[in-house]
Design a protein around this ligand. Structure first.
Ligand SMILES: Nc1ncnc2c1ncn2[C@@H]1O[C@H](COP(=O)(O)OP(=O)(O)OP(=O)(O)O)[C@@H](O)[C@H]1O
Ligand SMILES: [Mg+2]
Length: 252
Protein backbone atom coordinates (compact mmCIF):
# COMPACT_ATOMS: atom_id res chain seq x y z
CA UNK A 1 0.00 0.00 0.00
CA UNK A 2 1.33 3.46 -0.86
CA UNK A 3 2.30 5.61 2.09
CA UNK A 4 -0.37 8.14 1.24
CA UNK A 5 -3.09 5.51 1.25
CA UNK A 6 -1.82 4.20 4.57
CA UNK A 7 -2.01 7.65 6.12
CA UNK A 8 -5.55 8.03 4.84
CA UNK A 9 -6.44 4.66 6.35
CA UNK A 10 -5.06 5.77 9.73
CA UNK A 11 -7.18 8.90 9.81
CA UNK A 12 -10.44 7.01 9.37
CA UNK A 13 -12.36 6.87 12.63
CA UNK A 14 -14.67 3.87 13.03
CA UNK A 15 -18.22 4.99 13.78
CA UNK A 16 -20.14 1.73 13.46
CA UNK A 17 -18.58 -1.69 13.91
CA UNK A 18 -20.64 -4.81 13.38
CA UNK A 19 -19.27 -8.23 14.25
CA UNK A 20 -20.86 -11.58 13.52
CA UNK A 21 -24.36 -10.15 13.68
CA UNK A 22 -27.40 -12.41 13.57
CA UNK A 23 -31.10 -11.72 13.81
CA UNK A 24 -33.34 -14.75 13.79
CA UNK A 25 -37.09 -14.31 13.93
CA UNK A 26 -39.30 -17.18 14.94
CA UNK A 27 -42.49 -17.39 12.93
CA UNK A 28 -44.52 -20.33 14.18
CA UNK A 29 -42.29 -23.36 13.81
CA UNK A 30 -39.93 -21.80 11.31
CA UNK A 31 -36.97 -19.53 11.81
CA UNK A 32 -36.23 -16.58 9.56
CA UNK A 33 -32.56 -15.64 9.37
CA UNK A 34 -33.14 -11.95 8.70
CA UNK A 35 -29.43 -11.27 9.36
CA UNK A 36 -27.12 -14.19 8.91
CA UNK A 37 -23.61 -13.33 10.10
CA UNK A 38 -22.89 -9.73 9.14
CA UNK A 39 -19.51 -7.99 9.61
CA UNK A 40 -18.45 -4.48 8.59
CA UNK A 41 -17.11 -1.13 9.73
CA UNK A 42 -18.48 2.28 8.77
CA UNK A 43 -16.28 5.32 9.30
CA UNK A 44 -17.03 8.81 10.52
CA UNK A 45 -18.22 11.11 7.74
CA UNK A 46 -19.14 8.30 5.37
CA UNK A 47 -22.33 8.09 3.36
CA UNK A 48 -23.20 4.41 3.02
CA UNK A 49 -26.08 2.91 1.10
CA UNK A 50 -27.57 -0.46 2.02
CA UNK A 51 -29.04 -2.04 -1.07
CA UNK A 52 -30.71 -5.37 -1.75
CA UNK A 53 -33.99 -7.02 -2.72
CA UNK A 54 -37.17 -6.87 -0.69
CA UNK A 55 -36.94 -9.10 2.37
CA UNK A 56 -33.13 -9.25 2.28
CA UNK A 57 -32.74 -7.75 5.77
CA UNK A 58 -32.07 -4.06 5.09
CA UNK A 59 -34.59 -2.63 7.56
CA UNK A 60 -33.66 -5.26 10.13
CA UNK A 61 -30.02 -4.20 9.88
CA UNK A 62 -30.85 -0.51 10.13
CA UNK A 63 -33.15 -1.04 13.12
CA UNK A 64 -30.44 -3.00 14.86
CA UNK A 65 -27.76 -0.36 14.24
CA UNK A 66 -30.11 2.31 15.54
CA UNK A 67 -30.83 0.38 18.72
CA UNK A 68 -34.50 -0.15 17.87
CA UNK A 69 -34.23 -3.94 17.97
CA UNK A 70 -31.91 -6.33 19.73
CA UNK A 71 -29.71 -8.76 17.81
CA UNK A 72 -29.98 -12.50 18.41
CA UNK A 73 -26.20 -12.73 18.45
CA UNK A 74 -23.18 -10.58 17.67
CA UNK A 75 -21.71 -7.19 18.47
CA UNK A 76 -22.68 -3.65 17.52
CA UNK A 77 -20.25 -0.92 18.51
CA UNK A 78 -21.42 2.62 17.84
CA UNK A 79 -18.96 5.44 18.46
CA UNK A 80 -16.92 3.02 20.65
CA UNK A 81 -19.92 1.95 22.75
CA UNK A 82 -21.36 -1.56 22.67
CA UNK A 83 -25.12 -1.25 22.28
CA UNK A 84 -26.08 -4.93 22.08
CA UNK A 85 -26.29 -5.35 25.85
CA UNK A 86 -27.88 -2.01 26.67
CA UNK A 87 -31.13 -1.96 28.58
CA UNK A 88 -34.17 -0.33 26.98
CA UNK A 89 -33.60 2.79 29.08
CA UNK A 90 -29.98 3.04 28.00
CA UNK A 91 -31.04 2.60 24.39
CA UNK A 92 -33.53 5.44 24.70
CA UNK A 93 -30.69 7.68 25.87
CA UNK A 94 -28.39 6.40 23.14
CA UNK A 95 -30.93 7.16 20.43
CA UNK A 96 -31.73 10.57 21.83
CA UNK A 97 -28.09 11.63 22.05
CA UNK A 98 -26.48 10.13 19.01
CA UNK A 99 -28.79 9.20 16.20
CA UNK A 100 -31.36 10.69 13.88
CA UNK A 101 -33.89 8.66 11.91
CA UNK A 102 -35.66 9.29 8.69
CA UNK A 103 -38.41 6.73 8.19
CA UNK A 104 -40.31 5.80 5.11
CA UNK A 105 -43.51 6.52 7.02
CA UNK A 106 -42.49 9.88 8.34
CA UNK A 107 -43.99 9.38 11.83
CA UNK A 108 -44.98 13.00 12.27
CA UNK A 109 -47.40 14.05 14.97
CA UNK A 110 -50.36 14.99 12.84
CA UNK A 111 -51.83 17.64 15.10
CA UNK A 112 -48.59 19.55 15.50
CA UNK A 113 -47.42 22.00 12.89
CA UNK A 114 -44.17 21.60 10.97
CA UNK A 115 -42.10 23.74 13.34
CA UNK A 116 -43.42 21.87 16.38
CA UNK A 117 -42.67 18.51 14.79
CA UNK A 118 -39.09 19.44 13.95
CA UNK A 119 -38.57 21.05 17.37
CA UNK A 120 -39.90 18.05 19.30
CA UNK A 121 -36.64 16.04 19.56
CA UNK A 122 -34.88 19.22 20.69
CA UNK A 123 -37.40 19.63 23.50
CA UNK A 124 -36.46 16.14 24.73
CA UNK A 125 -32.92 17.41 24.94
CA UNK A 126 -33.99 20.37 27.05
CA UNK A 127 -33.45 23.07 24.41
CA UNK A 128 -35.56 26.13 25.37
CA UNK A 129 -38.60 26.83 23.19
CA UNK A 130 -37.34 29.99 21.50
CA UNK A 131 -34.06 28.37 20.54
CA UNK A 132 -35.60 25.10 19.31
CA UNK A 133 -38.20 26.89 17.21
CA UNK A 134 -35.45 28.98 15.61
CA UNK A 135 -33.45 25.82 14.81
CA UNK A 136 -36.59 24.10 13.46
CA UNK A 137 -37.31 27.03 11.15
CA UNK A 138 -33.74 27.01 9.88
CA UNK A 139 -33.96 23.34 8.89
CA UNK A 140 -37.45 23.70 7.41
CA UNK A 141 -36.08 26.47 5.24
CA UNK A 142 -33.21 24.20 4.19
CA UNK A 143 -35.65 21.52 3.00
CA UNK A 144 -37.70 24.10 1.13
CA UNK A 145 -40.66 24.38 3.50
CA UNK A 146 -40.28 27.93 4.73
CA UNK A 147 -43.80 28.83 3.59
CA UNK A 148 -45.40 25.72 5.11
CA UNK A 149 -43.72 25.97 8.51
CA UNK A 150 -46.99 26.71 10.34
CA UNK A 151 -49.03 24.04 8.55
CA UNK A 152 -50.31 21.09 10.51
CA UNK A 153 -48.64 17.85 9.48
CA UNK A 154 -51.97 16.34 8.42
CA UNK A 155 -52.51 19.28 6.06
CA UNK A 156 -49.31 18.61 4.13
CA UNK A 157 -48.65 16.41 1.11
CA UNK A 158 -46.71 13.16 1.44
CA UNK A 159 -43.56 14.72 0.02
CA UNK A 160 -43.85 17.73 2.30
CA UNK A 161 -44.29 15.50 5.33
CA UNK A 162 -41.25 13.53 4.29
CA UNK A 163 -39.22 16.71 4.14
CA UNK A 164 -40.44 17.66 7.61
CA UNK A 165 -39.21 14.23 8.75
CA UNK A 166 -35.81 14.91 7.21
CA UNK A 167 -35.60 18.35 8.84
CA UNK A 168 -36.54 16.76 12.17
CA UNK A 169 -33.75 14.18 11.90
CA UNK A 170 -31.12 16.73 10.92
CA UNK A 171 -32.11 19.44 13.40
CA UNK A 172 -30.70 17.61 16.42
CA UNK A 173 -27.32 17.46 14.67
CA UNK A 174 -26.85 13.75 15.39
CA UNK A 175 -23.55 11.97 14.83
CA UNK A 176 -25.30 9.32 12.77
CA UNK A 177 -28.35 9.56 10.55
CA UNK A 178 -30.25 6.42 9.62
CA UNK A 179 -32.60 6.69 6.70
CA UNK A 180 -34.89 3.88 5.50
CA UNK A 181 -36.06 4.69 1.97
CA UNK A 182 -36.09 8.39 2.88
CA UNK A 183 -37.34 9.58 -0.48
CA UNK A 184 -39.70 6.70 -1.25
CA UNK A 185 -42.71 8.98 -1.62
CA UNK A 186 -41.15 11.80 -3.60
CA UNK A 187 -41.03 12.58 -7.31
CA UNK A 188 -37.63 12.23 -8.97
CA UNK A 189 -36.75 15.92 -8.95
CA UNK A 190 -37.63 16.38 -5.28
CA UNK A 191 -35.79 13.15 -4.52
CA UNK A 192 -32.60 14.48 -6.05
CA UNK A 193 -32.98 17.86 -4.35
CA UNK A 194 -33.46 16.18 -0.99
CA UNK A 195 -30.61 13.75 -1.50
CA UNK A 196 -28.17 16.50 -2.47
CA UNK A 197 -29.33 18.52 0.49
CA UNK A 198 -28.88 15.64 2.91
CA UNK A 199 -25.48 14.91 1.49
CA UNK A 200 -24.43 18.55 1.77
CA UNK A 201 -25.58 18.94 5.37
CA UNK A 202 -24.06 15.62 6.40
CA UNK A 203 -20.71 16.54 4.81
CA UNK A 204 -20.67 20.00 6.34
CA UNK A 205 -21.41 18.66 9.79
CA UNK A 206 -19.12 15.63 9.31
CA UNK A 207 -21.98 13.29 10.14
CA UNK A 208 -22.31 9.67 9.11
CA UNK A 209 -25.27 8.76 6.91
CA UNK A 210 -26.60 5.24 6.45
CA UNK A 211 -29.36 4.98 3.89
CA UNK A 212 -31.45 1.99 2.85
CA UNK A 213 -32.71 2.23 -0.70
CA UNK A 214 -34.11 0.20 -3.57
CA UNK A 215 -33.05 2.89 -6.00
CA UNK A 216 -29.71 2.21 -7.70
CA UNK A 217 -29.40 5.78 -8.84
CA UNK A 218 -29.80 7.12 -5.31
CA UNK A 219 -27.35 4.52 -4.04
CA UNK A 220 -24.82 5.70 -6.62
CA UNK A 221 -24.41 8.89 -4.58
CA UNK A 222 -23.03 6.98 -1.61
CA UNK A 223 -19.34 6.61 -0.79
CA UNK A 224 -19.87 2.88 -0.35
CA UNK A 225 -22.65 0.47 -1.18
CA UNK A 226 -23.35 -2.53 1.00
CA UNK A 227 -25.15 -5.23 -0.95
CA UNK A 228 -27.29 -7.52 1.15
CA UNK A 229 -28.94 -10.75 0.01
CA UNK A 230 -30.75 -13.20 2.31
CA UNK A 231 -29.31 -11.58 5.42
CA UNK A 232 -25.71 -11.69 4.21
CA UNK A 233 -23.48 -8.90 2.94
CA UNK A 234 -22.45 -10.18 -0.47
CA UNK A 235 -20.42 -7.20 -1.67
CA UNK A 236 -19.13 -3.85 -0.41
CA UNK A 237 -18.54 -1.50 -3.28
CA UNK A 238 -16.48 1.67 -3.05
CA UNK A 239 -17.61 4.49 -5.33
CA UNK A 240 -15.39 7.32 -6.39
CA UNK A 241 -17.05 10.54 -7.33
CA UNK A 242 -16.91 14.29 -6.96
CA UNK A 243 -17.75 16.21 -3.87
CA UNK A 244 -21.50 16.55 -4.18
CA UNK A 245 -22.67 14.07 -6.75
CA UNK A 246 -22.56 10.67 -8.28
CA UNK A 247 -20.06 9.97 -11.00
CA UNK A 248 -22.85 8.63 -13.18
CA UNK A 249 -24.70 11.91 -13.05
CA UNK A 250 -23.09 13.36 -16.17
CA UNK A 251 -24.28 10.33 -18.13
CA UNK A 252 -27.95 10.92 -17.43
N1 LIG B 1 -40.88 -8.81 13.23
C1 LIG B 1 -40.62 -9.79 12.36
N2 LIG B 1 -41.04 -11.05 12.61
C2 LIG B 1 -40.78 -12.05 11.75
N3 LIG B 1 -40.09 -11.91 10.61
C3 LIG B 1 -39.65 -10.68 10.32
C4 LIG B 1 -39.88 -9.56 11.16
N4 LIG B 1 -39.31 -8.46 10.60
C5 LIG B 1 -38.76 -8.88 9.46
N5 LIG B 1 -38.94 -10.20 9.28
C6 LIG B 1 -38.44 -11.01 8.15
O1 LIG B 1 -37.05 -10.78 8.03
C7 LIG B 1 -36.67 -10.69 6.67
C8 LIG B 1 -36.00 -9.36 6.41
O2 LIG B 1 -36.97 -8.32 6.54
P1 LIG B 1 -36.60 -6.77 6.34
O3 LIG B 1 -37.79 -5.99 6.72
O4 LIG B 1 -35.34 -6.49 7.03
O5 LIG B 1 -36.38 -6.72 4.75
P2 LIG B 1 -36.03 -5.46 3.83
O6 LIG B 1 -34.76 -5.79 3.11
O7 LIG B 1 -36.08 -4.21 4.61
O8 LIG B 1 -37.23 -5.51 2.77
P3 LIG B 1 -38.03 -4.29 2.04
O9 LIG B 1 -37.14 -3.84 0.92
O10 LIG B 1 -39.24 -4.99 1.51
O11 LIG B 1 -38.33 -3.23 3.03
C9 LIG B 1 -37.94 -10.93 5.87
O12 LIG B 1 -37.97 -12.27 5.49
C10 LIG B 1 -39.04 -10.59 6.83
O13 LIG B 1 -40.18 -11.34 6.54
MG1 LIG C 1 -37.40 -2.52 4.60
Amino acid sequence: MAEEAQNLEKKRIPMIQVKNLYKIYRVGDTKVHALDGVDFTIYKGEFCAIVGPSGSGKSTLLNMLAGLEKPTKGEIVIDRVHIEHMTENQLVGFRRERVGFIFQSYNLLKTLNAVENVALPLSFRGVPKKKRNAVAKKYLKLVGLEKQQDHMANAMSGGQQQRVGIARALAVNPKIIFADEPTGNLDSKTTMDILRLMQKIVREQNQTLIMVTHDNYLASFADRQFHIVDGKITKIEELHHGEYGAKQEEDR
